[in-house]
Design a protein around this ligand. Structure first.
Ligand SMILES: [Zn+2]
Length: 266
């Protein structure tokens, strides 16, 4: 039985693991397994889901273990087949499904709801945000309810990391002046970016119309683009500098807080 006989990786994996030949182009070896059409479809559905499961699932269950389990299930079919729903099947096999699937897995609707609810504004710093954030991180509580979700920019999301919400808010409160600077610089950068884009379009239109890259006015436009681009670069560099300050402050305060918590227990 060659791997190439199979229509997709999932059925290939399934067939290799189980040694079955009921799927694939040619039946060459192994004993055919008699399955009802429904059971076969469900088994394939489960194998397909396994092939695209979150990394946590692949880390917890090897393809060989998965195939073994599925093999056993096919030979002692349950009274009622699970509906090809992988979490249900894995739960029936005794895997910690809650841990494998619920950590940090939010559906698209929830993410979109949170983004729109907060108008794409990071709730920690006030800049543009697109990351749905667990206020208390999944390492602290696997709480996926709306009440534990907020919106963050990628920078705040990363800065907060695995810090409990209350600790992060308390420590980060002292960086308010830095965050005000960051908001101002973000606005400036957006304005400079808009300016660069507009001037570049003007330059393109001008040189295209004149069919001459050195058309009158082009040099002046290029100088203005250079000025706007320099200002844009400067505001980004300033932002980076202030972000680094904020990050250093939060990390060092968090290290101190953890140290104090440890020494309190001595
Ligand atoms: Zn932020």
């Amino acid at each position: 039985m060659a791997a190439g006989d199979f229509a997709n990786p999932a059925s290939q994996l399934f067939s290799q693991g189980t040694g079955l030949t009921y799927t694939g182009a040619e039946q060459t070896t192994g004993q055919p397994l008699t399955l009802t059409k429904t059971a076969r479809r469900q088994a394939e559905g489960i194998a397909d889901s396994f092939a695209v499961a979150p990394p946590a699932v692949a880390a917890a269950i090897s393809p060989a273990d998965f195939s073994d389990q599925l093999w056993q299930m096919l030979h002692t079919p349950p009274d009622e087949w699970p509906s090809g729903d992988l979490p249900t099947v894995l739960a029936a096999w005794g895997y910690p499904v809650q841990k494998l699937f619920n950590q940090n897995t939010l559906d698209l609707t929830t993410r979109q709801y949170i983004r729109e609810h907060y108008h794409h504004i990071c709730q920690y710093c006030g800049r543009y945000g697109n990351s749905v954030d667990h206020m208390d991180p999944v390492s602290v509580s696997a709480d996926n309810t709306i009440a534990n979700l907020t919106l963050a920019c990628s920078e705040c999301n990363q800065l907060k990391g695995d810090m409990p919400y209350a600790d992060f808010i308390r420590i980060d409160a002292a960086t308010a002046p830095l965050k005000a600077d960051l908001r101002r610089l973000e606005q400036a950068a957006n304005a400079f970016q808009g300016r660069v884009t507009a001037l570049q379009s003007q330059l393109a239109a001008l040189t295209h119309q004149a069919a001459d890259p050195l058309a009158p006015g082009a040099a002046a436009l290029r100088r203005r683009i250079k000025v706007a681009q320099d200002l844009l670069d400067q505001s980004k560099a300033d932002s980076k500098h202030i972000s680094d300050l904020r990050s250093a402050y939060v990390h060092s305060r968090w290290a101190v807080a953890q140290y104090q918590e440890e020494t309190d227990q001595w």
